[in-house]
Design a protein around this ligand. Structure first.
Ligand code: NIG
Ligand code: FE
Length: 428
C-alpha cells in the first residue's frame, strides 16, 4: 500500500528558537551498538520546511542567512519553539488500535493473580475482544482509531504502524483494515497498516486450524494486497497462538503478494527465529525471552528487535527484555507502545522511553533513537522518517523542556507541546 505523502500544498514553515534540535542525522541502516545513542544535537537551531518536507536544518544563524528564506519570508509561517527541544516525531512501530472496548475483567483478574495465559484460556484475552469488533460497523471502528491517533499526535507521535487482529475472520479483518484506510485520510500523520489475521486461531476454528491458516493465506493476504489495505503481515508466534512453521506459511503468502513481514516472537516463551530469517522480517517484536544464541543472527540482519516495555509494565511482569545485551551484541533495537486493550493500553511513547531507561537500562539518548530512527527502520521507512534531515518528511515533536533527557525523566506526564506531521500542525 502506498502511504499518504505529505500534501504538496502545505505552506512553508520555519521552526525557530529551538534550544536543542535532536537531528539523529547520519548513518546508514539502523543504529546499532555505540551509535545508537548518537543523537547529533544542534543547539539554538531552526528547521525550514516546504511542501511537507524538510528543506534545511541547522543553527538559527545559518537559517537566517538562507537565500530562499530571505526571498520568501512573508509566505513562511514561523513557529517559535520557545527554546525547547525538538525531536523527529516518534515512530510508534507496533500498535493494535482496532478494538472496540477495554478489557477490564481481565485487568481485575490479573490484579487478583491470574496470568495472561490463564485469563486467555478462561475465555478472556484476545478472544474476548473479537465479538465486539466483528459486530462494529467500519465507521465506528474508524472513529475509535482516530481518537487514539489524535491522542498519539498530542504526545509527539507522527508515524504509527497499526494492526488489525481483533476480528479474526476474513470479513472482519478486511473491515478493520478498511477502517484504518478511512482514518488515514483524516489524520495528518502517517499510518502503516498491518494484517494480523494470525493473532490467534478463533474459537470456531479450534479443531481445524489448517482451515483458518488457509483463510489467512488464500483469502486475507491476497485481498489485503490486491486492495492495497496492508503494507505488512504479522504473526503472533507463541504457545497458544501460532508455531514457527505456521508463521513460515503465512510469511510465504505475504511474500507471494509482495507484502513485508513482521512477527510477535518470544513474548512469553523462547523461540528459535532462524527459520523465519529467509523472509527478511522488518521486525521481531517483544523479544522478552529471546535466547543469547539468537543475537548474532539478528545482529547481522536488517531485522529490528522492537521492545515493548509497556506490555510488561501493564502485565506486572518484572522480567524486562535484555535490551543492554541486545544493543551490545549489535542488534538494532526499536521501542514502541504495543497499544492494545489486553497488554498495553497506552498511547504514550514518552512513558515507553521512561520504562526503557529505568527498567531496561537504556540511556535517554538510546531510547530516543530507538523510538525514532530505529522505529523508522522497523517500518522500512527510514528514507522518509525518523531523523531531521533535508529531504525527509516534516514530522516533528516539540517538548517544553531544556534538555532532551528530561523527556525520559519526567514520567507519566505529557511534555509534548506541539507535533507537526507532513508540515502540518497535528495537535489541537
Ligand atoms: O502484542 N501478543 C499478542 N498481541 C498483543 C496482545 C493482544 C491482546 O491481549 O489483546 C501484544 O501484547
Ligand atoms: Fe502486539
Amino acid at each position: 500500500m502506498k502511504t499518504k505523502r505529505p500534501k504538496a500544498s502545505a505552506p512553508p514553515i520555519l521552526l525557530t528558537n529551538i534550544g536543542q534540535l535532536v537531528t539523529l542525522r547520519g548513518g546508514a541502516g539502523p543504529r546499532r551498538g555505540r551509535d545508537l545513542g548518537e543523537l547529533n544535537i544542534v543547539e539554538d537551531a531552526a528547521v525550514l520546511c516546504a511542501a511537507g518536507k524538510i528543506v534545511s536544518a541547522g543553527t538559527r544563524r545559518e537559517a537566517m542567512r538562507d537565500r530562499w528564506l530571505q526571498s520568501r519570508k512573508r509566505e513562511v509561517r514561523e513557529i517559535d519553539c520557545g527554546g525547547g527541544v525538538v525531536l523527529p516525531g516518534f515512530v510508534d512501530s507496533h500498535t493494535h488500535p482496532v478494538f472496540a472496548a477495554p478489557r477490564l475483567i481481565d485487568f481485575e483478574k490479573r490484579i487478583a493473580g491470574a496470568t495472561y495465559e490463564e485469563i486467555a484460556s478462561a475465555g478472556g484475552g484476545i478472544g474476548a475482544s473479537i465479538a465486539a469488533v466483528r459486530k462494529a460497523p467500519r465507521a465506528a471502528l474508524a472513529e475509535i482509531v482516530l481518537s487514539a491517533l489524535r491522542e498519539m499526535a498530542a504526545q509527539g507521535t507522527t508515524t504509527v504502524e497499526a494492526k488489525s487482529g481483533y476480528a479474526l475472520n476474513v470479513e472482519g479483518e478486511l473491515k478493520s483494515l478498511e477502517a484504518l484506510k478511512v482514518v488515514s485520510a483524516s489524520w495528518p500523520g502517517t499510518l502503516v497498516p498491518t494484517l494480523l489475521g494470525a493473532h490467534i486461531v478463533p474459537a470456531e476454528f479450534r479443531d481445524k486450524r489448517g482451515e483458518y491458516l488457509r483463510a489467512i493465506c488464500d483469502e486475507m493476504v491476497p485481498t489485503a494486497a490486491r486492495r492495497k489495505l496492508a503494507q505488512f503481515v504479522d504473526v503472533f508466534v507463541e504457545r497458544g497462538a501460532f508455531t514457527i512453521d505456521e508463521a513460515r506459511q503465512v510469511f510465504a503468502a505475504a511474500r507471494k503478494w509482495d507484502l513485508g513481514v513482521r512477527a510477535h516472537v518470544c513474548q512469553l516463551t523462547p523461540a528459535q527465529v532462524g527459520p523465519l530469517m529467509e523472509f527478511d522480517p522488518a521486525s521481531f517484536d517483544h523479544m522478552d525471552y529471546v535466547g543469547d544464541d539468537e543475537l548474532p543472527l539478528l545482529a547481522k540482519s536488517n531485522t529490528v528487535a522492537t521492545l515493548l516495555p509497556g506490555a510488561l509494565y501493564f502485565l506486572g511482569v518484572t522480567r524486562y527484555p535484555a535490551a543492554r545485551k541486545m544493543i551490545d551484541a549489535g542488534v538494532a533495537v526499536a521501542l514502541a507502545t504495543d497499544y492494545n486493550p489486553g497488554t498495553s493500553p497506552t498511547t504514550n511513547m514518552q512513558m515507553v522511553l521512561s520504562l526503557a531507561c529505568t527498567q531496561m537500562k537504556m540511556s535517554p539518548g538510546e531510547a530516543i533513537a530507538a523510538a525514532t530512527i530505529n522505529g523508522a527502520h522497523a517500518l522500512r521507512m527510514a528514507e522518509r522518517k525518523g531523523s531531521i534531515e533535508a529531504g525527509k518528511d516534516a514530522d516533528f515533536a516539540m517538548f517544553a523542556v531544556r534538555d532532551y533527557r528530561e523527556i525520559c525523566y519526567w514520567f507519566g506526564s505529557n511534555l509534548c507541546g506541539m507535533a507537526v506531521a507532513g508540515g502540518e500542525v497535528a495537535t489541537p
